[in-house]
Design a protein around this ligand. Structure first.
Ligand code: AMP
Ligand code: TRP
Length: 353
């Protein structure tokens, strides 16, 4: 399976009746705020892909409960996630934005696919190994174990061409393709084999304090993560105190200078200036100037994002409308696929009287 760096698709003119290729992705509502890794590794691609694709983007609330959640906190985080997607530029007019649990076909297809998945195959998923390692496998839920199969269902229902995700999801995409192929082979061609869409440049944003580790909400220190909804002043401080490497030269070298390279990646992604150009710009200047400037770039970026998110959270009616119309668009597609699947596995079609 290849890494798709930039699928080039000619925009189909409106009114031509040509269907645009689909993209689909989901994100878990497991923190009060998305962090820079989520934004640069995933959400930004969602925003860009809307241009030329037919997009389906959802909040993976059912995935979130694979580990224990406080119901009140979860509900709040789901809405915060939806608001952040919109604030980041996912446009409800162009993209179906919805809650996974609002489209029951996800859980329904998941059962069918579970029955096609080998136990050993599920056991090989490295994310399960990582996530269950802490409390021991015996303490992990069966839901955590079967989570990649629910993810496969999320994807296959929409028959998407591309699935934009971070590098850590590649193995789940491979499982998805295997299950699609198995179903198609055993029954009848039903599913499209989706391609992962992983942007190499931002596939792994690293921790500001521990620049060889992935930026992650489970980081040991909050100073290593930039939350999109943090007070911008706090984010600026985190950038200024990010761990840089020995020497003083601003240079992109992930082996020798992982800290500086990560900051260069972030700088380049936020401004659109190439890393090469940035390196030229800071030639002869030290880390201090570089981090000070990046801190300003970050503040300029997160301030309007944060304001827009808070505005949306104050207007629940609009947010609920977006989610309702997203779920309606998604259900129309998902239910059609599920009906094909139920028919092909041999279930009797219910007759309404
Ligand atoms: P998570 O919060 O782990 O569910 O991740 C949500 C999305 O963000 C997924 O597509 C991840 O692959 C992506 N992602 C998470 N952390 C990072 C990171 N540090 N760098 C790049 N992408 C990331
Ligand atoms: N598992 C993904 C994550 O943790 C989220 C996710 C759930 C997803 N279902 C998906 C991503 C379907 C892409 C497609 O980041």
């Amino acid at each position: 399976m290849s890494t798709s760096t930039a699928p080039q698709v000619a925009a189909s003119g409106s009114g031509t009746g040509t269907a645009r290729p689909r993209v689909l992705s989901g994100i878990q509502p497991t923190a009060d705020s998305f962090h820079f890794g989520n934004y640069l590794g995933a959400l930004r691609q969602w925003v860009d892909l809307q241009e030329n694709y037919e997009p389906f983007f959802f909040i993976a609330d059912q995935h979130a409960i694979t580990v224990e959640q406080d119901p009140k906190v979860l509900r709040d985080r789901c809405l915060r996630a939806a608001a952040q997607l919109i604030a980041a530029g996912v446009d409800p007019e162009r993209s179906a934005i919805f809650m996974q649990s609002h489209v029951p076909a996800h859980a329904q297809l998941s059962w069918v696919l579970q029955c096609l998945t080998g136990f050993g195959e599920a056991r090989r998923m490295t994310q399960f190994k990582d996530k269950s390692a802490k409390g021991g496998e015996g303490a992990a839920s069966v839901g955590l174990f079967t989570y990649p199969i629910l993810m496969s269902s999320d994807i296959l229902l929409y028959r998407p061409h591309y699935v934009p995700v971070g590098e850590d999801q590649r193995q789940h995409l491979e499982l998805t393709r295997d299950l699609a192929q198995r179903f198609n082979h055993r029954y009848k061609k039903t599913f499209r084999l989706p391609e992962p869409y992983i942007l190499k440049a931002t596939a792994k944003i690293t921790d500001l304090q521990e620049p060889t580790a992935k930026m992650s909400k489970s980081a040991s220190s909050a100073n290593g993560i930039i939350d999109m909804l943090d007070d911008p002043k706090v984010s600026a401080k985190k950038i200024r105190s990010a761990v840089t490497d020995s020497g003083s030269e601003v240079r992109f070298d992930t082996a020798e200078k992982p800290g500086v390279s990560n900051l260069l990646t972030i700088y380049s992604a936020l401004t659109g200036t190439s890393i090469e150009e940035l390196v030229g710009q800071y030639d002869g200047k030290g880390y201090g100037d570089f981090k000070k400037d990046l801190a300003e770039v970050v503040v300029e970026f997160v301030t309007p994002f944060r304001n827009r998110t808070l505005e949306l959270l104050d207007d629940k009616e609009t947010l609920n409308d977006v989610l309702a119309s997203g779920a309606a668009k998604a259900s129309a597609v998902a239910e059609r696929t599920l009906a094909d699947v139920y028919d092909r596995v041999g279930f009797v079609k219910p007759v309404s009287r």
